[in-house]
Design a protein. Structure first.
Length: 156
């Protein structure tokens, strides 16, 4: 009897830091990427399993020259948590439920990151054979959504 899953060590999620971007080719032995392929075009980077120091350097440089970039990055990662909220949570205060008023509900209307299916739902018309530009424009105009990218399922 063989047990599988992350609890038993057979399927452990892992993120890898790459000192040299070109080493991404060694992470996925089944993938036949050209060694000269840019890091951001590889499957491990797109899936979030490879992280390169050069990406952090780019983020730090961007933040240095544009202070609003840090706010955008924080919103994308945390869903809009403010530095004040992070400080309160770090001190162990926690979050408690309360009464919902129109004012408190308005504060919940913030940036969120989510993955939306293009097979069904309001954007299904852009799924099969649709163009990213049309999807981007329609999502922004009709639903106030900013499309950051596409996650393509690989055929099994």
């Amino acid at each position: 009897l063989q047990r599988r899953g992350s609890v038993y060590g057979s399927n452990v999620p892992m993120i890898t830091e790459l000192v040299n971007d070109s080493n991404v080719q060694f992470l996925d032995q089944d993938d036949d990427d050209d060694p000269d392929t840019e890091l951001y075009l590889t499957q491990p980077f797109a899936c979030g399993t490879a992280f390169a120091v050069s990406v952090l350097d780019s983020l730090m440089s961007t933040t240095y020259f544009n202070q609003n970039a840090l706010t955008l990055i924080r919103s994308l990662i945390t869903g809009g948590a403010t530095p004040e909220l992070e400080l309160i949570l770090a001190e162990g205060a926690g979050l408690r439920g309360g009464y919902s008023t129109p004012e408190t509900l308005a504060h919940r209307d913030r940036c969120r990151v989510g993955q939306i299916s293009l097979y069904d739902g309001p954007l299904a018309q852009f799924g099969e054979g649709g163009k990213y530009g049309n999807l981007f424009a329609a999502a922004l105009r009709q639903y106030d959504m900013l499309c950051i990218g596409l996650y393509r399922l690989l055929p099994m």
